[in-house]
Design a protein around this ligand. Structure first.
Ligand SMILES: Nc1ncnc2c1ncn2[C@@H]1O[C@H](COP(=O)(O)OP(=O)(O)O)[C@@H](O)[C@H]1O
Ligand SMILES: [Mg+2]
Length: 374
């Protein structure tokens, strides 16, 4: 059993609060992603789990062992660093064998050999064992770095943006391979990335981290469909979710939500408490939930087209909404031109409302409480 429990962990570097009361429960055998922008504290979190940083507060438990004060080498956790460092003057074989040769008590030569060959087989780098890193492609070098992590057969693997140095096609391939590998190994894996597509496509669950704080922990589809705040809402999905500022007025049995060009309403009973009365909210609408042109019935507003971007499988239409860009993702073949004014409708069964602090206060979840107002 190797679940990882992180309990109220805080770590500061001088003025910078790199981790701020982080608590996570990572399950045994789970592919767990930590997603966040550069500087969010992702690397610090991994370094804290493995023991290269000592938190000022909190506990780290691996399996049923509290390892908070245990030496990094004795935690049974293995890491692939962001800037993968292979020994340039050692062969691939020796790069893989090195972590094992360092171990105390020492491991028999034959055992090292079989573990190196096992890792090489799993990662399909057997033909490369005699080469040096300079003679490898980016993807091959990446595999060797992962191999160095595999040979030790730890309870928990930590991977810090292992694919960020690779080109797009190779990243795509390696994503699928890593996912497979983790399934086969059935080990707990914590994978750090700033790439939302990686996190969404690979993880069983993911954690969104911002400025050292956990914003949300959920399965990818939950993070996508029910983001807890505007930060999470705009972190997953491309193009990101549109946010439209609306003033809220309470009129007897009705709530009016308005911007200069958008007018929506709702029976107040349903929403008033969530929204917290009069004031302002942000309406969150994903680009795929914005209809444009003849398909936009009944329309909620008429907007000027700024740009049309055909992407092959779909078309992104940029629209001018109150002086800001609203992005719509439409099927290909849509007949709209820049500068044209077109009807636009939101799929109100899929919208979100966020309060002044950016916290989600309402998610439609398939049932439209909001309607257009004439
Ligand atoms: N050794 C260090 N000394 C000073 N500041 C650090 C150190 N390590 C990280 N930081 C700071 O802590 C914050 C989080 O860093 P990091 O964990 O590397 O973020 P991420 O991996 O998400 O990009 C950043 O502001 C970074 O500059
Ligand atoms: Mg980092």
């Amino acid at each position: 059993m190797a679940e990882v429990t992180i309990e109220g962990v805080s770590k500061r570097f001088g003025e910078i609060q790199a981790l701020d009361g982080v608590s996570l429960q990572i399950e045994d055998g789970e592919f767990f992603c930590v997603l966040g922008p550069p500087g969010a504290g992702k690397t610090t979190l991994l370094r804290t789990i493995i023991g290269l940083e000592q938190p000022e507060e909190g506990r780290i438990v691996v399996g049923d062992r509290d390892v908070t004060d245990v030496h990094p080498g004795s935690r049974d956790v293995s890491i692939v660093f962001q800037n993968l460092a292979l020994y340039p003057d050692k062969t691939v074989y020796d790069n893989l064998a090195f972590p094992l040769r360092q171990q105390k008590p020492s491991i028999a030569k034959s055992e090292i050999d079989s573990r190196v060959r096992d890792a090489a087989r799993i990662l399909r780098i057997e033909p490369l064992l005699r080469r040096r890193p300079a003679k490898l492609s980016g993807g091959e070098r990446q595999r060797v770095a992962i191999g160095r992590c595999l040979v030790r057969a730890p309870l928990v693997y930590l991977l810090d943006e292992p694919l960020s140095a690779l080109d797009a096609l190779l990243r795509l391939e390696m994503r699928a391979e890593l996912k497979h590998l983790q399934r086969d190994l059935k080990r707990t894996l914590v994978y750090v990335t700033h790439d939302q597509v990686e996190a969404m496509s690979m993880s069983d669950r993911l954690c969104v981290l911002d400025r050292g704080r956990v914003q949300q922990v959920d399965a990818p589809e939950v993070v996508y469909n029910r983001p807890t705040n505007t930060f999470v809402a705009r972190t997953v999905g491309t193009p990101p979710m549109n946010l439209v500022r609306l003033d809220v007025e309470v009129n007897d049995a009705r709530l009016d939500l308005r911007s200069p060009t958008v007018r929506l309403q709702a029976p107040s009973a349903g929403l008033l408490e969530a929204v917290g009365g009069a004031g302002a909210v942000e309406l969150g609408v994903r680009p795929e939930d914005v209809r444009v042109g003849s398909g936009a019935q009944p329309a909620h507003c008429e907007l000027r087209v700024i740009a049309v971007e055909p992407l092959g499988g779909e078309v992104i239409v940029d629209l001018d909404l109150d002086g800001r860009i609203l992005k719509a993702m439409t099927p290909p073949g849509i007949a709209v031109e820049p500068d044209e004014v077109v009807p636009v409708a939101f799929d109100l069964s899929r919208v979100h409302l966020f309060n002044g602090d950016g916290r989600a206060v309402y998610t439609a979840g398939g049932e439209a409480v909001l309607t257009g107002a004439g």
